[in-house]
Design a protein around this ligand. Structure first.
Ligand SMILES: Cc1ncc(COP(=O)(O)O)c(C=O)c1O
Ligand SMILES: N[C@@H](CCCC[NH3+])C(=O)O
Length: 442
């Protein structure tokens, strides 16, 4: 078990985060509960800002699919990072939070005309165009609205990142972006340069997520710089901007060994510099889009232990009051997590148990085979590193309300997302008049 950020074990042998006792948080706000360590979240933002922006003038764009709400958006704005949004919903959150629109980058492989219009209305900084269909559609909309829109093209550099099959994106056979290798990317550039209401600024790639192998990034940067040169040679267009995406891996489980953000920055920027020198080109402005490495380690989830079932000689199932509804990652990617008993962190002896969620799915298992102090009904289980892709991928399967989220710092805990209630679950339900007119069976 690795305690990160402000987490520590207090004098009551309880887990403490942001100066707050986790068991007290559970009793005050209920469980399941997402807890975000504000100090740690900000430290992660600052590590990026220092390593990329202060050191190299590179722009750090927080990928808000990781975790977004009005409070988080406010923190990102305060820390001087930009924002990657991928939907009208994420964009509207940024608008409502008063996020500076020129620092917003709009991504996605199938943006709807309504979403594109919204982005144009709010004058977002850049639209990252994914494909030819979108390029034509965006030009038409921009013409209608009499604006010229600054874009980047998302490219598929053909780099295989060493990560889970579902979360790698830069390979040739991918739903994302213009493929460099088969000429599609060059066609996209030529087309962009012809369109009257489009202003091409540069290129983007994102090779995947939870990546530890920094060489994959270096290789992607080199491929992108080769492309910039090739485009310059063939069209005379010189890209000003190069966005190399996100994906920097974090610690979830023994064996995960992330490098430092500083090493990541130094390697990436060195690769760009070397290539620029080789081609006698000016260095483009570099951008990165971290998500998980900012929010992930800064979050924990608290659960209350309910039923415990011991199948002698087989397994002891410990069920908690959440599961795949609030954290679908184990079911989706076989993701592994560490956890502790928040109200009894250290103990002389431990036992091996498996943590089950409460959804009606055999696959709703949060953790298989974890050593924990002997656990009892009513104990509080804390699962670590749940800040990224947990709330943002949560769901209401089995009509389970989504948990609340609190932001903790120096002993203060503030609710930043209210817990859903049963009325929230039925908010959009309608009963047609003709059903109301029929009698219910006795
Ligand atoms: C385009 C894009 N940028 C950035 C990210 C952020 O990735 P991560 O959270 O792994 O840093 C993603 C998600 O993988 C993405 O799709
Ligand atoms: N949702 C994934 C990461 C994919 C990121 C989106 N491009 C995860 O939880 O690991």
């Amino acid at each position: 078990m690795k305690l990160q950020g402000t987490m520590r074990i207090n004098q009551n042998n309880h887990l403490e985060i942001g100066g707050c006792d986790a068991a007290e948080l559970a009793s005050k706000f209920g469980t399941p509960l997402y807890v975000i360590d504000e100090t740690f979240f900000r430290q992660n933002c600052r590590a990026y800002y220092r390593a990329f922006t202060e050191e190299y003038g590179a722009e750090v764009i927080y990928a808000c699919k990781t975790l977004i709400n009005l409070a988080i958006c406010t923190i990102i704005a305060q820390e001087g990072l930009s924002l990657d949004v991928v939907s009208g919903g994420e964009l509207s959150t940024a608008v409502k939070a008063g996020f500076p629109m020129q620092r917003v980058y709009f991504h996605g492989n199938n943006k709807s005309p309504a979403e594109l219009r919204l982005a144009l209305e709010h004058k977002v900084g850049r639209i990252i165009v994914d494909n030819l269909h979108e390029l034509a559609q965006l030009n038409t909309l921009a013409k209608e609205m009499q604006v010229k829109v600054a874009i980047m093209l998302r490219l598929s550099p053909g780099v295989e990142a060493h990560t889970h099959e579902y979360i790698k994106t830069g390979q040739i056979d991918s739903k994302f972006g213009f493929t460099i290798e088969n000429g599609m990317a060059l066609t996209g550039v030529k087309k962009s340069l012809q369109l009257e209401n489009i202003e091409l600024k540069g290129f983007h790639c994102h090779i995947g997520s939870q990546i530890f192998e920094l060489n994959s990034y270096v290789y992607a940067a080199e491929v992108m710089m080769n492309f910039i040169y090739e485009v310059y040679r063939q069209t005379g267009f010189l890209a000003d901007e190069l966005n190399l995406g996100g994906g920097f891996g974090i610690y979830y489980y023994p064996g995960d060994q992330p490098r430092t953000v500083k090493e990541y920055a130094n390697l990436l920027l060195a690769a760009v510099k070397t290539k620029a020198a080789e081609y006698h080109l000016p260095e483009p402005k570099v951008m990165v889009e971290p998500g998980r490495s900012i929010a992930g380690p800064a979050g924990i989830t608290l659960y209350t232990v309910g039923s415990i079932k011991d199948i002698p000689g087989v397994r002891k199932y410990v069920a908690v009051d959440g599961g795949m509804g609030d954290n679908p990652r184990p079911a989706l990617y076989q993701a592994k997590y560490e956890a502790c008993v928040a109200n009894r962190v250290l103990a002389e002896s431990t036992e091996k148990v498996s943590i089950a969620g409460k959804c009606c799915e055999s696959g709703d298992m949060l953790i298989w085979d974890i050593e924990l102090p002997e656990i009892k009904t009513g104990d509080i289980l804390a699962v670590f590193s749940t800040g990224a892709y947990n709330y943002s991928m949560s769901m209401n399967y089995n009509r389970l309300p989504r948990p609340a989220m609190v932001l903790v710092q120096e002993g203060q805990a503030d609710l930043i997302v209210r817990r859903e209630d049963y009325d929230d679950l039925m908010r959009n339900d309608l009963i047609p008049e003709r059903l109301l007119n029929l009698k219910m069976a006795k």
